[in-house]
Design a protein around this ligand. Structure first.
Ligand SMILES: [Zn+2]
Length: 298
């Protein structure tokens, strides 16, 4: 597991960057220490414990995979799978994970409150485990949305008897699939897409509210990571990590895709060495610097 728990003090300078949780037979690796000078220690830890399934933050695993490929490091065993959440995987990042770790990466969508679990099947669909929690996708007035339409994710725990949460709003936006999955697990409904966080909304100059931005950086081979920062309603900064340099074509594609979604905005593409993670070690795809509606004094 690579996740946001502080298993190793943040400022720690020497290995190991993990703790072994004997009760759960789990190796918990720090999300805060993965870097060029530490990657070897992460590979050593995996080779020592040989976990069958690698799980946790998607971007932490992608960062680890890229560093392994850069340095020619590999595992001395073959894990069964990666089951990753928190951030979206693209075709490119899945290929990098396959190349570095030697196993297929499956996406997982869940919550720390344990009232929702959805996992990717072998056919590539994100199935909601209906015995884990009841999931509803609702519109602004609380009515269920039609398949294909984005709605607020509301979930009811079926497993947590100590702190049951009923119709708990997760702060995410998702849509149901229009088609059943060909794997045949029709008892587990399929999410077409988890579009993003409710907080990940950007506002266009004409007032439109847009949440679907992960397509902006798709299919651009130089882009390792990308983040959009809304500076004003008419100005967006696209922050891009592209170690080999960004081509002019890619840069103009990013600008065009943002304008397609938001309208007539000024877009600045900044190449940066890295994109900061949150306090919890998570990657944020979208950051809005606009004052929140109703925020005092703004
Ligand atoms: Zn399926």
């Amino acid at each position: 597991m690579i996740g946001g728990r502080l298993v190793v003090p943040k400022g720690a300078h020497g290995p190991p960057y993990y703790r072994f949780n004997a009760a759960e037979k789990q190796v918990y690796l720090s999300a805060y220490h993965i870097g060029p000078s530490t990657v070897r220690h992460y590979v050593d830890a995996l080779n020592r414990f040989k976990p069958e399934v690698l799980t946790g933050y998607a971007y932490s695993h992608v960062t680890l995979a890229r560093l392994m490929l850069d340095r020619g490091l590999s595992l001395n065993y073959q894990p069964a799978a990666l089951v990753l959440g928190s951030e979206k995987l693209t075709t490119e990042t899945k290929l990098q994970l396959q190349a570095a770790i030697g196993a297929r990466a499956f996406e997982e969508y869940g919550s720390v409150e344990n009232c929702l679990l959805a996992t990717e099947c072998e056919a590539g669909s994100l199935h909601v485990s209906s015995d884990f929690g009841i999931v509803e996708l609702l519109d602004d007035v609380g009515a269920p949305v039609a398949p294909g339409q984005p709605g607020r994710v509301v979930a009811t725990c079926l497993l947590n008897y100590t702190q049951p949460l009923i119709r708990y709003e997760l702060g995410d936006i998702a849509s149901w699939s229009l088609d059943p999955c060909r794997c045949g697990r029709s008892q587990h409904p399929v999410l077409r897409e988890v579009v993003g966080r409710v907080d990940d909304v950007l506002t266009g100059p004409d007032g439109r509210q847009v949440v679907m931005f992960h397509g902006v950086f798709l299919g651009l081979p130089s882009v390792h990571e990308g983040q959009l920062v809304q500076e004003t309603t008419s100005r967006i900064a696209a922050r891009v990590v592209a170690p080999g340099g960004l081509s002019a074509g890619e840069s103009s594609q990013i600008v065009a895709r943002i304008r397609q979604r938001l309208g007539d905005v000024t877009v600045r593409v900044d190449t940066v060495p890295h994109i900061e993670r949150t306090e919890r070690g998570k990657f944020r795809a979208v950051v809005s610097l606009l004052p929140k509606p109703g925020a005092a004094g703004e």
